[in-house]
Design a binder for this molecule. Structure first.
Ligand code: ADP
Ligand code: MG
Length: 397
């Protein structure tokens, strides 16, 4: 058996300095945070550590600055929002490591919160460079990782530091691992998974893993068209990935062998292109006119999907049902979001766009577990070992 180390394993934290890897990779528009779920979700860990008398040194990446300083990816907006959430002024530094950082950390007292600059301004972060990991580790006596969204990356702040300091998972990481582990084995049945989004290639690994576990797999979004086309359907100009059709057919075959219901949309909302003023038509999903593309699941599909979702005791949803960003193609995603939010089963939703859709429809609060990891939750559900989690585990007898 393997067991995740948690905050209790770190001993007495009074007077210690704890380096906390957070996932503050929040969506920004013109320097404003448009969704602060990742900030609020890690706050319980930070409050608990402060209550225990620790000094906190927080670190995170934001965007992809590729190893150099990019002003629009500075963490100042995060520090501002986090100060409000914690009701405590967060001291934001303009460097990741170095003498100024060292001095600020030495000068901090119990309960103080320091936020380092964007980790990915340093090339050593993604390279898991030993010298950079040493520098980060030298700032603290303990390490806590609460950045589930980065757990699939073997970066310095995720793996390197955990190897250098007494380390444990924060409460958010702990809950993500507990909830998602239950989806891998021991989920209450019926267990229904809903997958959507743009690219079937992103999610085939998840499909293959889920057919081993779920009772029904509902497929919407553009990825549905690869399933429909692989089975001989006419999908017009819908997004498909023909090089994946064989793999799709294999997944469908496995599902049949295992008695897993694969539910595809019966009808779709189609248009010549994804635009606000495009002329829409609701058509059969496997008979889309050659000049149109499927951009949302249709009303009959929503009804059928909702029926399956209502009977489920466990629900996993990842990926919108259509181009929900455009109002004319948002009804399918809204319908499924309502079904998931209203279902009595335990609901888990992952994926940045799926969570954005729930927030837009004001249904996020009705989800039992909004997962903060997009790519990380999918990799976890594929049954893969995530490096950032493996390094926080102990072997037990
Ligand atoms: P998530 O972030 O929840 O994991 P993805 O990133 O996989 O979801 O996919 C989200 C994107 O998929 C959205 O931008 C949405 O517009 C797009 N999408 C969904 N359905 C279609 C479709 N039928 N055609 C084109 N794009 C689609
Ligand atoms: Mg996305």
């Amino acid at each position: 058996m393997r067991r995740l180390r948690t905050l209790g394993d770190l001993g007495d934290l009074f007077g210690t300095t704890v380096l906390v890897r957070c996932d503050f990779n929040v969506p920004l528009e013109n320097g404003r945070i448009t969704d602060d779920l990742r900030i609020t979700a890690t706050a319980p860990t930070l409050r608990e550590l402060r209550d225990k008398g620790a000094t906190l040194v927080l670190c995170s990446h934001l965007g992809r600055p590729k190893g150099e300083v990019v002003d629009r990816f500075r963490l100042d907006p995060v520090a501002e929002r986090l100060s409000e959430v914690l009701e405590k002024k967060v001291k934001k530094l303009d460097q990741v490591v170095g003498p100024e950082v060292k001095a600020a950390v030495i000068g901090a007292g119990a309960g103080d919160v320091i936020l380092l600059e964007n980790l990915r301004f340093e090339p050593g972060e993604t390279a898991n460079d030993p010298a950079f990991a040493d520098q980060l580790a030298s700032l603290a006596g303990r390490y806590v990782n609460d950045a589930f969204g980065a757990a699939h990356r073997a970066h310095a702040s995720v793996v390197g530091v955990a190897e250098r300091l007494p380390s444990a998972a924060g409460r958010l990481m702990q809950r993500e691992v507990e909830v998602l582990s239950r989806l891998l084995e021991g989920a209450e049945e019926p267990y229904v998974a809903i997958l959507g989004g743009a690219k079937v290639s992103d999610k085939l690994g998840t499909v293959n893993a889920l057919v081993e576990n779920v009772d029904a797999l509902l497929i919407g979004g553009a990825m549905a068209f690869s399933f429909l086309a692989a089975a001989g359907g006419q999908v017009g100009r819908s997004l498909v990935e023909p090089d994946r059709f064989d793999e799709v057919r294999r997944a469908v075959g496995t599902a049949e062998e295992k008695g897993v219901l694969i539910q595809l949309p019966e009808d779709v909302v189609a248009a010549p292109e994804p635009s606000l003023d495009a002329k829409r038509e609701t058509v059969r999903a496997d008979a889309i006119p050659s000049n149109l593309m499927g951009l949302d699941i249709g009303p009959r599909s929503v009804e059928e999907f909702a029926r399956t979702i209502a009977d489920a005791r466990t629900i996993l949803w990842n990926g919108p049902m259509g181009v929900f960003e455009l109002e004319p193609f948002s009804a399918g995603t809204r319908g499924v979001a309502k079904a998931v939010a209203g279902a009595k089963g335990f609901s888990v939703v992952g994926g940045g766009d799926s969570l954005a859709a729930l927030r837009k429809f004001d249904l996020l609060d009705a989800i039992d577990h909004p997962s903060t990891g997009g790519g990380a939750s999918l990799e976890f559900l594929e049954g893969r070992q995530l490096p950032g989690i493996a390094v926080l585990m102990d072997d037990t007898a």
